[in-house]
Design a protein around this ligand. Structure first.
Ligand code: KG4
Ligand code: ZN
Length: 347
């Protein structure tokens, strides 16, 4: 089954073709970073319009790279949530319309489930069960994964997500948008020992996170320091070291608590090289194994949407013709694939 994946939940338009027999056939991505840069962050209305403008060209390009005709697609998977409402709608309408025209099924995918499954795009992919650290712009969660749609939330952020804390701290340090990669780059030239911040919520039991205080501590340090680029780099390094160590401590705790060895890290922050290296060390220490998607599949992309949709359709999940989006959609509400009942069909 060849599935076209469409990702439009935020500021990236991602298209991909995934074949359940052959794996990923092709993927293309258009980032809106340049479009939003002068605003210092994502402007939802502009994001939606840009998705609409780009998706036909990107779909054609994706099919050409896969050396395939669009009429040979067997199903469409699009991001139905969580994300920006208008941006989600643009992908949902595009995907459903294409599916209706071709007479094939369409399925709305949970964006975080897709992130969580993204390591399965790689040759070395994890077996269930595993612990997943989901770290993106809107989420910081530790999840026990027992199968497709079988998710037990072990820990969550009480305030800012890790990516959000990166973004807000970067903005206040004058590093601009997109904050995460820029702060990570600044940190590479800084000394993490100059500003040592607390590792929030690690000195008490539990698997929840809180990054809002860390963000404030970084800004307070910035406001009381002599503001030059060396200081900014040092604060960035200290901030990043705190986030990385905090995430590692909680991952280790989650593996021990659940008595599991396999750790998956996914979502935009998983592209942080310091975090990947530190998590590798963490799993090595407990004789475990780390699975991360390649860098381009950590941040938003169409490949993970095509894969998640393909896995659910392959498991017999039904699909209807309604264009439903869920801008807020807790991962804990996900269920294993639901098979079609009666004769209502898949479309
Ligand atoms: O998964 P993603 O592309 O979109 C969401 O689903 O949110 O994640 C985006 C988040 C942003 O907060 C971005 O700043 C962060 O991931 N990010 C990073 C890095 N690259 C992206 N954070 C830290 N270090 C990075 N290298
Ligand atoms: Zn994402």
């Amino acid at each position: 089954m060849k599935v076209l994946g469409i990702e439009t939940s935020c500021d990236e338009t991602g298209l991909a073709l995934y074949d359940t027999e052959q794996g990923l056939l092709a993927h293309v991505l258009h980032s809106q970073v340049a479009t939003h840069e002068s605003y210092g962050g994502v402007v939802p209305e502009i994001a939606s319009r840009d998705h609409i403008r780009k998706w036909v060209g990107l779909t054609r390009e994706c099919a050409a790279r896969a050396d395939m005709k669009i009429k040979h697609i067997d199903a469409v998977a699009y991001t139905a949530g969580p994300g920006l409402a208008g941006a989600l709608f643009s992908g949902a309408v595009a995907g459903r319309t294409l599916a209706w025209t071709l007479g094939i099924p369409a399925i709305g995918v949970h964006h975080m489930e897709a992130h969580l499954l993204a390591p399965m795009l790689e040759p070395e992919s994890p077996d269930f069960p595993f612990i997943c650290l989901l770290v993106s712009g809107g989420h910081t969660q530790l999840v026990r994964v027992d199968g497709l749609g079988q998710y037990l939330l072990l820990g969550d952020t009480l305030d800012d997500a890790a990516g959000e804390a990166f973004d807000k701290t970067a903005k206040m340090l004058g590093l601009g948008y997109p904050g995460g990669p820029r702060l990570a780059k600044a940190a590479e030239s800084g000394d993490a020992q100059k500003f040592v911040f607390a590792r929030p919520m690690t000195n008490r039991p539990g698997l929840d996170f809180s990054f809002s205080g860390l963000k404030t501590a970084a800004i307070t340090a910035f406001n009381s320091a002599h503001r030059d680029s060396a200081v900014i780099n040092d604060i960035a390094a200290g901030f990043q070291a705190s986030v990385v160590e905090t995430l590692c401590i909680k991952c280790r705790r989650a593996l021990q608590q659940e008595n599991l060895r396999n750790l998956v890290v996914a979502g935009g922050v998983a592209s942080n090289t310091r975090l990947r290296a530190a998590l590798q060390q963490t799993v090595d220490d407990v004789d475990g194994e780390l699975f991360c998607p390649r860098l381009e599949f950590c941040t938003d992309n169409g490949a993970m949407i095509a894969l998640a949709g393909a896995l659910r359709l392959q498991a017999g999940e039904s699909s209807n013709t309604e264009i439903v989006i869920r801008p807020r959609w807790p991962l804990s509400e996900m269920q294993p694939p639901q098979r079609a009942s009666g004769a209502s069909g898949m479309r």
